[in-house]
Design a protein around this ligand. Structure first.
Ligand code: NIG
Ligand code: FE
Length: 418
């Protein structure tokens, strides 16, 4: 449910469409000077030039808000995060500063396994309170929909607990953010299944996925398809079974080495392949030829000191690129939207227009929601942000600093007090 709201005197800039924008379409933003947007019961009912009867305050059943010429964009959609977890891994971060690699720490039993240990000790309330704090920060940065993954329990009980926490946060009456949950039980091999990867995959398929489905705790299924974690064959097995049960598919693909994760995502019709630092030319071609969204996570490449994904090659090849934060306790302990955008524009060669499409409509498509969110169009949810300027060019210019002044969720205004 949302409110009845009219925002007027805004410079509206938005991509258009009900599916991901691919290749050169990503730079096509529609701009309306002196624009008005009307939201009725949380849904956008008018977008266009001023109608002439706008007036600040409560009139005709609408709260009418003067944007004073500021730029109005769709709310950001962060389509890849791991925001429900226990513990922290700052010590590992310091080992990496001294030359250790992410995978060598994982091979020694640290990494994801260390967060699993900490998460298994947490209660529902502890996980929920911490998750809620992250959600609050996300709202101030303009995120109106976030994806959250399980994957720090690995055992059935804790995986379900993580998903229950997200379901509970998502059912808050006064929530400012929608949560789309993803089951990532295949995030790492739990110690209980050491050396028995195939058996763990079969266990998930038989014991956990049906329960997640029955209780509608997640709409997507994801896997860490990586050398030394889960193979392409194991990923195909799990994701094929998940697809048959009605899950949408996502993959952590080609993050550390080139393995064929992007190709597999295309083969299976996944919503997205994520990371892709080492995606092959064939993988890029396959994603462009299908509707797989290439979800890029520059904060992770930055934090791991790895080369950025080849965003320009992907867009030039006709891919739909999305940007997301990857907030997690290990490879990327940051959920900074402004820094993500700055890195994407400075180091990955995205234009500001492409970055906006990547963080709005293409993020929505990476969650299978492009028909409902991701752009300012009649019929979509009233999820928008007002910047502190009439120019959307401030987004990468504010390196790591927030230029979002107002976040609007379903027609409700959240003024950023920072
Ligand atoms: O997206 N690469 C795998 N998963 C996460 C990191 C998880 C962790 O290190 O805790 C990622 O980078
Ligand atoms: Fe991730």
């Amino acid at each position: 449910m949302g409110e009845n709201l009219i925002i007027f005197n805004a410079r509206i800039a938005t991509p258009h469409g009900h599916s991901a924008r691919k290749g050169s379409e990503m730079s096509e933003l529609h701009v309306i000077e002196n624009g008005t947007v009307e939201v009725t019961d949380g849904i956008i009912t008018y977008v266009g030039v001023a109608r002439g009867n706008e007036r600040a305050g409560y009139h005709r059943g609408f709260y009418q808000y003067d944007a004073n010429g500021r730029c109005l964009l769709p709310g950001f959609v962060d389509s890849h995060t791991h925001f429900v977890f226990g513990g922290e891994r700052s010590e590992e971060f310091s080992w990496r500063l001294k030359g250790d690699s992410y995978m060598s720490i994982m091979e020694r039993g640290g990494g994801i396994a260390s967060t699993v240990k900490a998460t298994r000790k947490q209660s529902f309330v502890e996980l929920r309170n911490r998750g809620k704090k992250f959600l609050k920060k996300m709202t101030t940065m303009g995120i109106t929909t976030v994806e959250g993954k399980s994957g720090y329990g690995l055992d059935k009980e804790t995986e379900l607990l993580q998903l229950e926490v997200m379901a509970s946060l998502n059912s808050d009456e006064h929530k400012a953010i929608d949560i789309i949950s993803t089951y990532l039980g295949a995030h790492a091999l739990p110690k209980e299944y050491a050396g028995r990867g195939d058996e763990y995959i079969e266990y998930i398929i038989a014991e956990v996925l049906p329960e997640v489905k029955r209780r509608e705790l997640a709409s997507c299924c994801d896997i860490f398809c990586e050398k030394g974690v889960f193979s392409v064959e194991q990923s195909r097995r799990l994701l094929t079974a998940a697809k048959e049960m009605g899950f949408s598919l996502k993959l952590h693909a080609d993050e550390i080495v080139t393995l064929g994760g992007a190709e597999l995502a295309a083969e299976l019709g996944a919503l997205s392949a994520d990371h892709l630092l080492h995606a092959s030319d064939d993988g890029i071609r396959d994603m462009a030829a299908t509707n797989v969204v290439a979800t890029l996570l520059p904060l992770t490449a930055f934090s791991l000191k790895e080369p950025y994904a080849r965003a320009r090659d992907m867009i030039n090849a006709g891919c739909a690129v999305a940007l997301a934060t990857d907030l997690n306790p290990g490879s990327c302990f940051s959920g900074s939207v402004p820094l993500t955008i700055a890195l994407a524009c400075i180091y990955m060669g995205l234009s500001v227009e492409e970055a906006i499409t990547a963080f709005t409509l293409n993020g929505a498509a990476a969650l299978g929601r492009a028909d409902k969110i991701g752009s300012i169009e009649v019929g979509k949810q009233g999820d928008m942000i007002l910047l502190n300027s009439s120019k959307y060019e401030v987004l990468p210019y504010y390196v790591g600093m927030n230029c979002v002044e107002v976040t609007i969720k379903g027609g409700i205004l959240y003024i950023n007090e920072e």
